[in-house]
Design a protein around this ligand. Sequence first.
Ligand SMILES: [Zn+2]
Length: 227
Amino acid sequence: MRRGVVVALASLLALAGVAVPAGAVTFSATNAASGTAGGKRFDREVGTAYARKVLSDASSFCWKVFNQRSSGSRKPVAAVTLAVEDIDGVAFTSANGIHLSAKYVGGYSAGAVKTEVTGVLYHETTHVWQWDGQSQANGGLIEGIADYVRLKAGYAPDHWVKPGQGDRWDQGYDVTARFLEYCDSLKPGFVAQLNAKMKDGYSDDFFAQILGKNVQQLWKNYKVKYA
Ligand SMILES: [Zn+2]
């Protein structure tokens, strides 16, 4: 769209009372598997309207956890999309596109599927917004931060490890999420600082730079606390 047209459109929307903040992000959800059993269950028990709202809520929640108050401090993402597809696995995210498995939705039997999908979407939405150290970051840490956001949002499933469990700090997912919660308790805002440092690269030394102890020592202290 040409600039003059954009300005005219913004003025019209402003006249109509529609807010058009700078850095506005759009959210959309589609079900490309509505002909499958899992896709039908998604439509019945979750729905694209609800899923779209979760993308929006989860994005706001990520910005809060990462302490990114202004759009200029966030990853430059203009849209977050969800597609429910007939794929294997649970879900994956590529750039700003989240893909959820209709088969997983169809086969889920550990509780309310709507709650589970909400938790999965918080995890995947985090992947859209988190920095990855220019692809250099520890993969276990990336997954741990995504589950940390899910945990803080109140969507940790019952089957997750309890605090203090696990073998390595960078085991990923729930193990690393619980460890990050411990690190954040030592210095509130730790995860936000860690994510900010991961914008330009990655080093395990970031833990020491923020908390004054290296990550192996922190993991030992964490294990002792819950022994
Ligand atoms: Zn993930």
